[in-house]
Design a protein around this ligand. Structure first.
Ligand SMILES: [Zn+2]
Length: 323
């Protein structure tokens, strides 16, 4: 069963929104665009692995693709989290080619392509951090102590894996995507006792979706961008001119002279991804450059956003993100 489908990962959506909202001459544009295209290429190859996971484990687990959590200090991006009455299972995916060395002696991970060597964050350390986060989340929310296990899957058939000092316990949890099916009995046979009830699973599914929030601060801090560096206004959906204006109950582009009914939807999406997950009428009015509070209120109410609070304290928010 699918608890959360893989939509375009939040990090990609944030990077795209950032490129729309950074001034054209901003010094970090090139770097941001590079990260965006690298992540977009990785996302495409993950779709194959998603269907493999769903096919092999979908009948026994509830599957959540691409979850982003934060505990205030750090962020945790989990490629796949699977839950069942017996087990919670994290599956981290690396879309990398070349010779990949897991060096457990020094907790490092590096890639050799030709005679070039490049270091990356160690996937084992990374997945163990995620494991601790999920353990803590379960304990804090009074779930029975179900085991949180993990796998690391290298999603590239040309990659060659090299292990240095990696313990057998860790090593058996790392594989390439074409041999992932061989790990399924290991997953199924090791855990036989039911720990979580169906009610626990429903509660946990809800909690995971509620905790899934855009890792915006992580990206803004990485590129040293402050929110006030970002451009406001609504983009023209035809020529990307910014900002378009409100005229005759529609959006009008002073550049290409086209009208649009729903150009504000993308602007709101940008707001939720880059500024805040909720918005008041006044904040929207300023962000979208609308002069009348009645107009901005009417536009907000015409969307499928949820709302809470009254009068000026009322704010609107998407039930799930991406919205
Ligand atoms: Zn236009």
């Amino acid at each position: 069963m699918i608890g959360k489908l893989r939509s375009i990962p939040l990090k990609i959506l944030i990077l795209r929104a950032l490129l729309r909202r950074l001034p054209k001459n901003h010094p970090k544009r090139l770097q941001i665009n590079e990260e965006r295209s690298r992540r977009e290429a990785g996302y495409q190859s993950e779709e194959y692995l998603d269907s493999l996971i769903e096919q092999l484990l979908g009948s026994k687990f509830i599957i959540f693709h691409d979850l982003n959590f934060s505990d205030g200090k750090s962020t945790y991006q989990i490629d796949n989290l699977l839950i069942s009455p017996k087990l919670a299972l994290i599956i981290e995916v690396k879309n990398m080619t070349g010779e990949l060395t897991f060096d457990s002696i020094n907790d490092q991970f590096y890639q050799r392509v030709g005679d070039k060597i490049k270091g990356y964050p160690d996937p084992v350390t990374q997945v163990q951090r995620h494991q601790s986060y999920i353990n803590k989340l379960l304990a804090e929310n009074n779930f029975p102590p179900v085991l949180v296990d993990y796998f690391i899957v290298i999603n590239n058939s040309n990659a060659v894996l090299v292990f240095k000092g990696t313990s057998p316990e860790v090593r058996k949890r790392i594989c390439k995507s074409h041999s992932f099916h061989k790990k399924v009995p290991l997953i199924e046979n090791a855990h036989i006792e039911n720990i979580l009830t169906n009610k626990d699973l429903r509660k946990l599914s809800k909690l995971l979706l509620k905790k899934n929030i855009p890792p915006t601060n992580y990206i803004l801090e990485k590129y040293e961008i402050k929110v006030y560096d970002l451009l406001t206004g609504v983009h023209c959906p035809f020529c990307w001119y910014l900002p378009i204006i409100r005229s005759k109950k529609q959006w009008f582009c002073p550049s290409c002279k086209e009208y649009s009914y729903d150009a504000h939807i993308l602007a709101l999406m940008d707001y939720f991804l880059l500024f805040n997950m909720k918005i008041t009428n006044q904040q929207f009015r300023i962000f979208a450059h609308i002069s009348s509070p009645d107009t901005s209120g009417r536009i907000l109410r015409s969307t499928n956003l949820k709302s809470t609070g009254t009068n000026k304290g009322r704010f609107y928010y998407p039930e799930i993100i991406p919205w």
